[in-house]
Write a protein that binds this ligand. Structure first.
Ligand code: SAH
Length: 355
């Protein structure tokens, strides 16, 4: 049975489902989900991510994490983890850039949090030399210092969507009309988790929240608070969510979110305030939210691009300049993408970020 048929049959039995439930099935159904069944990245896929644009991205993130490790007294052993590593490109670039940091590789236990069997297979090839271990979730990471990167992971976690009506909220749900999936709304009701949004929204406004954020963040931030470490979280989004940001992408074009369950990517803007407040509850400090452009500039991406271009031939220098622009320019990924750092209350933020 196709994923669409399975979702329709569930709705016919149990009634309309939340967007989070729909999004979870579309992306992560164990056999028919989007990530379970394909390698979605690059020209031939549906979208491109920063590490797939340039090696500079993973290199600079690696140097920021390695410096944070040095600043915290080189704890050993430690977990070097990535949430949602995709093709493993970022981790490979990070590991190459940190080879010369004394003791870093010897102390690192590489952990990849990935649910897609297809992508696990690709990561195993990319990172064969480094003997990673895989986890279904951050909850099973070892209780030891944790240095972690998450790029475009949180945007793939399922969200719920609400529209304000007076002091109450209507939730957007996925229902069925014959053989079609359709969007609908619940009756207005109070939503305790959105209590804090009554002050900064008005009638008709749409807000989103991601039910998995507290548990995922608590698992990471708790380990960092207890044992030391740092997390760099990069994604598109802002301090607070406002508006409908759920989007479907297929072959680099936007698509209907209900049109092709399991065959199009679904993602939503990340509400960084929710991550920051879950981190604080776990006893962990967080940086100010920085734009990706400023973060990469502070880490020296321009000097790195010049260095790479100097040694390059043919069309390569042009490609390096284009990649630099794409990652940092405010009109490209520079402003839309943000960076949040998590670190122990007793430590400084990782390089590139401000307290
Ligand atoms: N970080 C990579 C890939 C981003 S795509 C890059 O920048 O290129 C999102 C990644 O998160 C994929 O590897 C996907 O399989 C994984 N993922 C999505 N939801 C997940 C979940 N709930 N648990 C574990 N991995 C998940």
């Amino acid at each position: 049975m196709s994923l669409k048929a399975q979702i329709l049959s569930r709705i016919r039995t149990d009634g309309p489902i939340s967007l989070a439930s729909y999004m979870g099935d579309c992306l992560m159904h164990p056999t028919l989900g989007y990530y379970a069944t394909r390698d979605p990245f690059g020209q031939a896929g549906d979208f491109t991510t920063a590490p797939e644009i340039s090696q500079m991205f993973g290199e600079l993130i690696g140097l920021s994490l390695a410096q944070a490790w040095l600043d915290q007294g080189c704890p050993a052993p430690f977990t070097l983890a990535e949430l949602g590593p995709g093709r493993g490109t970022l981790m490979a670039d990070l590991l190459r850039a940190t080879r010369a940091v004394p003791g870093f590789h010897a102390a690192a236990r590489i952990a990849l949090i990935e649910q897609s069997p297809t992508l696990r297979g690709i990561q195993a090839q990319t990172l064969a030399a480094h003997e990673p271990t895989w986890h279904d979730s951050a909850q099973s990471l070892a209780e030891q210092p944790l240095f972690l990167i998450a790029n475009e992971f949180f945007d793939a976690l399922p969200i719920r969507q609400f529209a304000r009506t007076g002091p109450h909220w209507r939730e957007r749900r996925v229902g069925a009309q014959g053989d079609r999936l359709v969007l609908g709304m619940t009756d207005p009701a109070p939503v305790p988790a959105l209590e804090h949004r009554l002050a900064d929204t008005s009638d008709g406004d749409i807000v989103e929240f991601c039910p998995m954020v507290p548990a995922v963040t608590n698992a990471i931030a708790g380990r960092i608070a207890r044992h030391g470490g740092a997390a760099l979280i990069l994604d598109y989004g802002d301090w607070r969510s406002l508006g409908d940001t759920l989007q479907a992408l297929r072959a680099h074009q936007s698509a209907d979110i209900l049109g092709m369950p399991g065959a199009a990517d679904l993602s939503a803007h990340v509400d960084f305030e929710a991550i920051a407040s879950a981190a604080r509850s776990a006893g962990c400090a967080h940086s100010r939210l920085s734009t990706q452009g400023v973060f990469l500039e502070r880490l020296g991406i321009t000097a790195r691009a010049q260095r790479l271009a100097d040694g390059a031939t043919g069309k390569e220098p042009e490609n390096i300049i284009a990649a630099h622009r794409r990652l940092t320019h405010p009109a490209e990924m520079g402003n839309l993408f943000k960076t949040l750092g998590l670190y122990p209350e007793t430590a400084a933020p990782p390089p590139g970020l401000e307290a």
